[in-house]
Design a binder for this molecule. Sequence first.
Ligand code: TMP
Length: 233
Amino acid sequence: MRRSDTRCAGQRPEGETTAQASRGIFVTIEGPDFSGKSTLVRAMRPLLAGDEPPTHFTREPGGTPAAERIRALVLDPEVEMDAWTEAYLYAAARADHARHGILPRLVRGENVVCERYLDSSLAYQGYGRGLGVEAVRELNAWAVGAVVPDRTFYLRIGVEERARRVRKLGASLDRIEKVGDEFWRRVEEGFEELIRLDPHRIEVLDGERPPEELAELVVGEIRSLRYTCGGDG
Ligand code: TMP
């Protein structure tokens, strides 16, 4: 990635000017199921462990007590629900997480790395479930407010690699993971469309590369974003 491509999507909290600000960097990790997001984050943790300001790791759905309760419901394979109900539940969890989990940390100057965020709702509910990307974006507008990622890393993997990982991980699939191939195709096409629409924010990573290599790359970018987007530079 060229440094000149760097753009800071996150807006600063109300009343805070760029000169005063030392806002943390908000990074999201996105990708289809089995793309290796959690493995990447696990490899990033030790690399960032001693850094100042600290980096907070979180995930969606979840990240706060209320949002974790919603996670348990929305991912329960036993619970059938309408696609709109699902979309509202993800947005409801996000509202709590964005305001009470993410924003306070960014304001304190900490960095936040979040596995999945708004792009997942756009891809899974907007494209995958067919609710329409604009409708899902609108539904989430109040939930996210000004908490938008400075940079998003998208892990892309091939269909064969995903099939291999599904076989390796075995049977315990949650409600979303149990849906068919056609759904997966729509979700992946949805992500690709989001990348086309916002290529400066979303950086594509080859999800089949070793997680340690990917972690080095992402951590390096977080550190340099600190200078271009945060208030330290
Ligand atoms: P995980 O596999 O990253 O834990 O995510 C759980 C599932 O939730 C995954 O299949 C994707 C799905 N999901 C959505 O459908 N919409 C969303 O907004 C989010 C955050 C996750």
